[in-house]
Design a protein around this ligand. Structure first.
Ligand code: HXC
Length: 263
């Protein structure tokens, strides 16, 4: 494992083999997401995405909070120019949507408002049995603004998304799993180890196939079925040009483990 921390760090980064780990680290504010944190998060994600020795990324917070939402103290005095003129959210939060390698959210404690939206921007969510999710923006006189009204209905369906967003109520980890928001619920102390293990498994897979698969699944939410299927087919065809496809299939036929080069 290697570690690095930027000055006035709101995040910490580590590498665990081919996995990049990012920890949100504003403990006094329960990891409330301000500009400094989101800038640093974007930089760290881009750094791991560019690093050829990294195959997957884990994003986590603390035992108490993945993130308690956008920073209300920072937002409370915003006017239209601060929000619209400065391109609030789009400017830095959306960096995560440009990351091509899989990102796993390891959620312990609360993931509220923008914290829940940040988890939903990841590719899958592994939740502690202690995790609590909510979109409580309505109680602050606003609405979800970092993708919640679009990603939550896609994850859990319209009825549940409306219920959760219009009431702002807390959803426990098991309800979130039943609804399809999270992929696995594990005992709290196993959350990060499980996420790191899943990420290591993914990072050992042939990288070209991994990023093509992620890109194709993302299309499922953006394109009509026929276009998504065409997109999938082209990427599928393209993978026959990779060394790892030859190695993966040859290894199967020779009854030996594959040795992928991520090429
Ligand atoms: C800024 C926050 C914060 C937030 C907590 N804190 N959430 N600061 N922004 N979102 C701060 C508190 O002010 C407090 O600071 C410290 O963290 C500890 O919080 P407490 O409330 O004292 O802890 P507790 O009683 O355990 O309650 C925890 C909590 C509660 C249930 C998570 O803090 C809470 O409800 N937070 C707000 C959740 C929320 O509404 N999130 C949505 C934000 S809007 P001090 O200095 O007093 O110790 C949003 C918009 C998204 O996310 C749309 C676009 C991004």
């Amino acid at each position: 494992m290697s570690q690095s921390q930027p000055e006035t760090a709101c995040i910490q980064t580590e590498t665990h083999g081919r996995v990049g780990l990012i920890r949100l680290d504003r403990p006094k504010q329960l990891n409330a997401l301000n500009d400094a944190l989101m800038d640093q998060l974007g930089d760290a994600l881009l750094m791991f995405d560019r690093n050829p020795d990294i195959g997957a990324i884990v994003l986590t917070g603390s035992a108490r909070a993945f993130a308690a939402g956008a920073d209300i103290a920072a937002m409370s005095d915003y006017d239209f120019v601060d929000a619209y003129g400065n391109d609030f959210i789009t400017r830095n939060w959306e960096t995560i949507t440009r990351i091509r390698k899989p990102i796993i959210a390891a959620v312990e404690g609360v993931a509220l408002g923008g914290g829940c939206e940040l988890a939903m921007m990841c590719d899958l969510i592994i939740a502690a049995d202690s995790a609590r999710f909510a979109q409580p923006e309505i109680k602050l006189g606003i609405m979800p603004g970092a993708g919640g009204t679009q990603r939550l209905p896609r994850a859990v369906g319209k009825a549940k998304a409306m219920d959760w967003m219009l009431t702002g109520r807390l959803i426990d980890a098991h309800e979130a799993e039943r609804a399809g928001l999270v992929s696995r619920v594990v005992p709290a102390e196993e959350t990060l180890p499980t996420a790191l293990q899943v990420a290591a498994e993914i990072a050992a897979m042939p990288l070209m196939a991994v990023i093509a698969l992620k890109e194709s699944v993302q299309r499922a939410f953006e394109a009509p079925l026929a276009e998504g299927l065409r997109f999938e087919r082209r990427l599928f065809h393209g993978l026959f040009a990779t060394e790892d496809q030859k190695e993966g299939m040859r290894a199967f036929l020779e009854k030996r483990p594959a040795s992928f080069k991520h090429r």
